[in-house]
Design a protein around this ligand. Structure first.
Ligand code: EPS
Length: 397
């Protein structure tokens, strides 16, 4: 994970039904105003979805900030965050038979091969998407940081279980975010939410689960974050890795990448225009990144999530204890977690962008960073003076 971050580091620990989840974020600068509410608000957003399982009625995630924040501001020290699992008390001392039939699609079998588990719950406990609550807490700190620079990260769901309601291409992102916030499918339109709700109901009736596609968008990103000079500094790669690090995410596009792949270049690349002294783009098919560097246009990331792998309808598997074919047993789970995954992806994008911005600005405190941000090179002719002659290998300066 930390391979894609250069200024920030973060770790999470904790099991799904253990006492708590913990996270440490290291590298955040001093002087950032940060409250528990900043984090709790994001945690609550992650918990909301039509088609969420019974566990979400038990948990009401609230963070305890254990380090790195004093008098409502970050100090530059590691930020330690604790999230208790309310469900833990129900599991302590409870007699639970060993789980020996791996669920297709989950980490049950692959983790048993890797770690030699003799009971598959040891895999489940850490592979569970419960862990993403800790990432959302870390992401909330990064969002608070980005907000100081007027950078905003939001999301909305495009498609659930193959149902893709129409979305007007000229609908502003801010409006999509606001609409998505107002329904439990994170749909950017009211009609879209109803169509997706019907699809989730169908899946419930069919004792099945659904996946989907959502978009995470960052607005106000300055041009010049990331780099073209080396593979592991390209922002494209860092964003994609961050998205695919979320359990159940199986595909990522920057902008409409697969659609672009089918079109000729003249219909894909965003032409460059001059308006007064400013260089502008009228389209954003690049999704906000060119050459691994932000263009200054909205950063648009599209993510595909597979259906939840714990299904009420049994799937064929093998009982590893008995050495015989068997059907999976149902464990409580979500039917539809796409709207919740979008919030986790927002957190991961915020972490990557906060890191890229810190890398660009340097410095150790908000006081140092804010004036540097205002000095960043912009898309203006005056910021981009060009040479007039000579050969560039030999030119003196
Ligand atoms: C999950 C199964 C469910 C989800 C869980 C992820 O938990 P349980 O097994 O306790 O019913 O609720 O997600 C969370 C607890 C969460 O906070 O997101 C799984 O198997 O991945």
């Amino acid at each position: 994970m930390n391979a894609i971050l250069s200024r920030l580091r973060f770790l999470t620990a904790g099991e799904s039904h253990g006492p708590a989840l913990v996270a440490i974020l290291e590298g955040m600068v001093a002087g950032l105003p940060l409250t528990q509410e900043d984090i709790d608000r994001e945690l609550a957003r992650r918990q909301k979805a039509f088609g969420a399982g019974g566990r979400m009625r038990i948990e009401k995630d609230q963070v305890r900030i254990l380090g790195g924040v004093m008098a409502g501001h970050t100090t530059g020290a590691p930020i330690a965050l604790l999230l208790e699992n309310r469900d833990h008390v129900h599991w302590v001392g409870k007699e639970i038979p060993p789980m020996t039939i791996p669920r297709p699609g989950h980490a049950d079998l692959t983790a048993a091969v890797k770690y030699g588990y003799r009971e598959l719950r040891l895999a489940l406990e850490r592979a569970s998407a419960r862990e993403t609550a800790a990432r959302v807490a870390v992401g909330a700190v990064c969002k608070a940081f980005l907000r100081r620079f007027h950078i905003r990260v939001g999301s909305y769901v495009l498609e659930i279980g193959g149902v893709r309601p129409p979305l007007p291409s000229d609908m502003p992102y801010e409006e999509r975010f606001a609409q998505a916030e107002a329904n439990d499918l994170r749909a950017p339109t009211v009609e879209g939410a109803e169509a997706m709700r019907r699809r989730v109901r169908e899946a419930m009736a069919a004792k099945d689960t659904v996946g989907g596609v959502y978009e995470v968008v960052a607005l106000g990103v300055p041009p010049g974050l990331g780099s073209h000079v080396h593979w592991d500094r390209r922002l494209t790669a860092r964003v994609a890795a961050a998205m695919l690090s979320i359990p159940a995410m199986k595909g990522v596009e920057i902008g409409p990448a697969f659609e672009n792949a089918r079109r000729p270049g003249t219909q894909v690349h965003d032409e460059i225009f001059l308006e007064g002294e400013t260089i502008v783009r009228r389209t954003n098919r690049a999704g906000g990144i060119e050459g691994g560097i932000t263009t200054g246009m909205p950063l648009v990331v599209r993510v595909a999530m597979k259906p939840i792998s714990t299904t009420l309808t049994p799937l064929r598997s093998v009982d590893l204890a008995q050495g015989k074919p068997a059907r999976t047993r149902y464990e409580r789970s979500d039917i539809n977690a796409v709207p919740r995954a979008a919030v986790v992806a927002e957190a991961m994008l915020a972490i990557v962008l906060a890191d890229a911005l810190l890398e660009k600005l340097g410095g150790d405190s908000m006081e140092e960073l804010l004036p540097r941000f205002r000095e960043l090179r912009q898309l203006r002719l005056g910021d981009l003076p060009m040479e007039e002659g000579g050969t560039y290998w030999e030119r003196k300066k």
